[in-house]
Design a binder for this molecule. Structure first.
Ligand code: ZN
Length: 395
């Protein structure tokens, strides 16, 4: 095959290939091809199909009968932080009360950390995620909550990913406890001006005790006026206006979606907002699972993501979330793998990732297993044996 970039490589002898392109392979949403090959030209996929039909290339890699899937797209994480919350988790899981300040504990540690400490922490968790097959991640600010600390978090994140989200509206910080309206004014004013150049997205934690529907609308609308696209932490701990606001504002994603009315499900089914489910949070807080089956059966596009953060979901493992989704949220193994790859891409409004079809980035994971089903069938086992990002083997 002639190259537009210099070098072509074929990965061949793939037992099961997940393309996420129904027009390839078996016609299912996963576009499965058995005994498959992928041809990479530079940083892109040039061809996928049956091994026996693969075009000639410069280099050849034998997958040895393993499965290949698109790299995971983790569309929701909070990785710019310092400190940890082991005591809080231990108390919660030991049935003891814990009265310390949750997010505020991380805010204090993050404000006190140097740029170098925050960057080192971020790099450590990104490396951890990459080893587990994550080739694209979104990450947020939200543990600074001052103009300087929020903009610094975004600047640090933007050095590692294009999918950066301004979450100045994570909680109202203690210094504004008596005047939340003044904090909303800051988030939509001076803080937004400082943060917008470093971010693609704007997010708000729309929940009792955080920001109500009117505040969330004001924050997301202000962000949109500065060129940021909305996404929302919605309906995590209780019913609320977040999901319907997300659909109304054409947010790319409503994240959590644990407590939904029929009207919420209906709005998602008729809008273009993805429902992103984050089962690591329910696992780590022993909370009720989101009803994935209800959303899927209504025709909603569902993404699956880690919500990696030091308080409520300290896992960087998408395979772990897939196993939870299959075991406890009644997703099929096929649905869970789709949601963690193509679903994550949809939640970031991307079509160049999350699939292995000609033109997409050559971001993929090789599994030490004959099929993607093993991700749920063999929970907790490190099955990701190789990771390729932009056409280069990085793990
Ligand atoms: Zn979150």
């Amino acid at each position: 095959m002639s190259s537009t970039t210099g070098t072509t490589t074929v990965i061949t002898n793939i037992a099961t290939l997940v393309t996420n392109d129904p027009s390839l392979g078996d016609g299912s949403p996963l576009g499965l091809v058995q005994d498959a090959a992928v041809v990479i030209d530079g940083d892109r996929v040039a061809w996928t199909g049956e091994s026996s039909k693969a075009p000639a290339t410069d280099n050849r890699v034998d997958a040895g009968g393993r499965a290949v899937i698109p790299g995971f797209v983790d569309s929701h994480s909070h990785l710019v932080f310092a400190g940890d919350r082991t005591e809080e988790f231990n108390a919660r899981m030991s049935g003891r009360g814990y009265t310390a300040g949750g997010i505020r504990t991380t805010v204090a540690a993050t404000r006190a950390a140097s740029d170098e400490e925050l960057e080192a922490n971020l790099t450590r968790y990104l490396t951890e995620a990459l080893r587990q097959g994550t080739t694209t991640f979104e990450t947020k600010s939200g543990y600074g909550l001052t103009v300087a600390d929020e903009s610094r978090a975004l600047r640090i994140a933007a050095a590692h990913t294009d999918e950066v989200t301004y979450l100045g509206a994570h909680i109202v910080p203690p210094d504004y406890a008596d005047d939340p309206a003044a904090y909303v004014a800051l988030v939509t004013g001076e803080m937004l001006d400082a943060c917008a150049p470093h971010a693609r997205w704007i997010d708000v934690f729309c929940e009792k005790g955080a920001f109500d529907g009117d505040q969330a609308r004001a924050i997301l609308t202000a962000g949109r006026a500065k060129g940021l696209h909305p996404r929302i932490h919605a309906n995590q701990l209780s019913h609320g206006p977040g999901v319907q606001l997300a659909v109304e504002l054409d947010a790319a994603s409503a994240d959590h979606c644990t407590h939904l009315t029929d009207a919420d499900v209906d709005a998602l089914a008729h809008g273009s907002t993805v429902a992103t489910l984050l089962p690591g949070a329910e696992f780590s807080t022993r909370a009720e699972w989101p009803d994935a089956r209800r959303l899927l059966d209504a025709g909603v596009t569902v993404a699956l993501s880690t919500d990696c953060n030091p308080g409520s979901s300290f896992t960087s493992s998408v395979p772990f979330c897939i196993a939870l989704a299959v075991r406890d949220m009644r997703m099929t193994p096929d649905e869970a793998v789709w949601s963690a790859t193509a679903g994550g891409a949809a939640a970031l409004r991307r079509t160049d990732i999350g699939r292995l079809a000609p033109g997409a980035y050559a971001d993929l994971a090789v599994l030490d297993a004959p099929s993607h089903v093993h991700l749920a069938y063999r929970p907790g086992v490190p099955l990701v044996s190789e990771v390729w990002r932009r056409g280069v083997r990085v793990v």
